[in-house]
Design a protein around this ligand. Structure first.
Ligand code: NG6
Ligand code: CA
Length: 537
């Protein structure tokens, strides 16, 4: 790239009113005109689909290359592939962060998590979404939707001043931030407490056996991974060597609540049952189901029905398990005649990881399967595979089958879905969320002009460039990760990649293009310190 094109692009960076925006308006009009001409009955639908049901399948730690349609080789995913082949498959759609808590925070609030310094939470952390603030579910609820979350939460429970009491009402939580119904795995499968929470109550808890949780000190009765390794199904690293529940040592310590302990292998069936019950109950009104998988996060404890269904051991079997769950819910939508009035989104909360604390053979049995789809990095990292995730939108009769290469982010689902159902977002709410509904629906090819990604530090994608800010290395955690083969990407120097010529981010060209680095760094800083979020098209 010569000096000329560099200065042109820097010019573009300084002026957010980019010709792309003009193109977007032009192309939207062309698409609308084409639709009006080619599909005369588009506007005369028998059913009112101005408020379609929304089912959001968010898988945990599923990589870009982990499903069949995106190139998986070690596991078959016929149900997810069916959604992709009859829907719109995105090749450059991103979750907002390379780990769970910040990713989900941004998805639900439309605000980047770094604005609240939200990081991966422990299992006794309190709620990090402000009750009463704008959220995707509250927006939908206020527009007449029945809203539910089933599965992993990981956004904290309880009030920050009084903490969480597992033995009483567990609140505030999802019911206080926009969900009508919740059935939760509170944080992660590898963290205590290993109990499920329905509404405000721990499921199955007996008053004479209260739950105690401690993230620092070992508690009385239950064995732990340090002292009783003979009880374990999988060997674990030292972070995951706390209390043993169901043959798996977890992060942190708990005691009591025996009758409430979950059985890992039953979770997929439980989550499906709860999801299907919610659909059944609300099938006559618009509903939003956030099916938030725990699979394929560690510990990967597979139900016997799916054991050995991939060539990759538990990690692959967990993918097959997810595929079955997705298939059952879609079948139910079909059986109830709801498919054409239901917009289904399938995606993941962050990129893939193999060894994330337990020796479950994810590395040894990988074979030719490439979880990242060939992109660099994975969970935790700011390289593309940290946040570029397999993403499908399926809406029969409304969204044509196809592929979109537009740059999109889950952070935009809030503003996009609000626009789909004609809801305004008041100033100051969901500040980083932009309405890209036309692109999500395949009516436009215009994606984001710029996008912040969160991992260790931040990266800014803008046009063909990706700038990764320098961060201090952490001698202990860097080693913990490197020891497991995880590329965290923490670097003391700035990194710059030209994704047009180097989509695998093999060459850091920061020293070749210092001016680009300077301008992108400035732009990133202004987005971070600004209070208005991105410029809107
Ligand atoms: C990390 C855990 C990892 C996983 C992750 C959260 C260690 C060394 N690693 O801190 O095992 O639990 O947190 O994953 O403790 S996430 O998908 O929910 O973000
Ligand atoms: Ca995750």
């Amino acid at each position: 790239m010569g000096q000329r094109s560099e200065s042109i692009e820097i010019g573009t960076i300084e002026f957010p009113i980019n010709p792309n925006y003009i193109m977007k308006f032009a192309s939207t009009r062309i698409v609308l005109l084409a639709l009006a001409l080619s599909n005369a009955d588009f506007l005369v639908q028998a059913r009112d689909i101005s408020k379609p049901n929304i089912v959001l399948f968010l898988v945990d730690d599923l990589g870009y290359g982990d499903v069949g349609f995106y190139g998986a080789t070690g596991v078959e995913t016929p149900n997810i592939d069916a959604l992709a082949s009859s829907g719109l498959m995105f090749t450059d759609a991103h979750c907002t962060a390379a780990t769970c808590t910040p990713s989900r925070y941004s998805l639900l609030t439309g605000e980047h998590a770094f604005r609240q310094e939200a990081k991966v939470l422990d299992g006794d952390a309190t709620l990090i979404i402000e009750p009463g603030s704008w959220t995707l579910p509250s927006m939908l609820k206020n527009s007449g939707y029945a809203t539910a979350i089933v599965g992993k939460w990981h956004l904290g429970l309880g009030d920050s001043t009084s903490g969480v009491d597992w033995n009483d009402e567990v609140k505030p939580g999802p019911l206080e931030v926009g969900f009508d119904y919740s059935f939760l795995l509170p944080s992660t499968g590898d963290r205590v407490p290993c109990v499920l929470v329905e509404g405000h109550r721990v499921v199955g808890l007996k008053p004479d056996d209260p739950i105690q949780v401690d993230y620092n000190e070992r508690l009385g009765g239950l064995p732990d991974g340090f002292n009783n390794p003979e009880l374990l199904r999988y060997a674990a690293d030292s972070q995951h060597s706390g209390t043993i529940i169901n043959g798996v040592s977890r992060i942190g310590y708990m005691d009591g609540g025996k009758n409430a302990h979950w059985v890992d292998e039953e979770l997929p069936f439980l989550f499906n049952d709860k999801s299907e019950a919610f659909i059944e109950e609300n099938k006559d009104q618009p509903f939003f189901l956030f099916y938030s998988f725990h699979d394929i996060h560690v510990p990967r404890i597979i139900h016997p029905q799916f054991m050995g269904s991939s060539s990759m051991g538990p990690r692959g079997d967990a993918i097959a398990q997810v595929d079955w769950c997705v298939g059952e819910v879609v079948k139910m939508l079909d059986a109830r005649g709801l498919r054409e009035e239901t917009l289904v989104i399938f995606t993941s909360d962050n990129g893939p990881v193999l060894n994330d604390g337990y020796e479950d053979q994810a590395i040894e049995k990988l074979g030719s399967h490439n979880p990242t789809g060939g992109f660099r990095g994975g969970k935790y990292s700011l390289y593309e595979a940290g946040t570029k995730v397999s993403t499908i939108l399926n809406w029969p009769g409304k969204v044509a089958a196809g592929k979109s290469d537009a740059l999109l982010s889950q952070i935009d689902l809030g503003a996009s879905l609000a626009s789909l159902i004609g809801q305004d977002i008041k100033k100051g709410a969901a500040i980083d969320s932009i309405d890209y509904m036309d692109t999500w629906l395949g009516k436009s090819k215009t994606g984001r002009l710029e996008l912040i990604l969160e991992g260790y530090g931040l990266a800014l994608r803008r046009g063909k460039w990706k700038y990764v800010m320098p961060v201090e290395r952490d001698p202990y955690y860097d080693w913990v990760m490197e020891d497991k083969g995880i590329e965290h990407g923490r670097m003391r120097d700035a990194q710059l990649f030209n994704l047009e010529t180097d989509e695998k981010e093999e060459e850091n060209v920061a020293s070749k293009y210092p001016k680009v680095v300077e301008v992108l760094e400035r732009r990133l800083n202004s987005l971070v310190t600004g209070t208005r979020g991105y410029e809107r098209p």
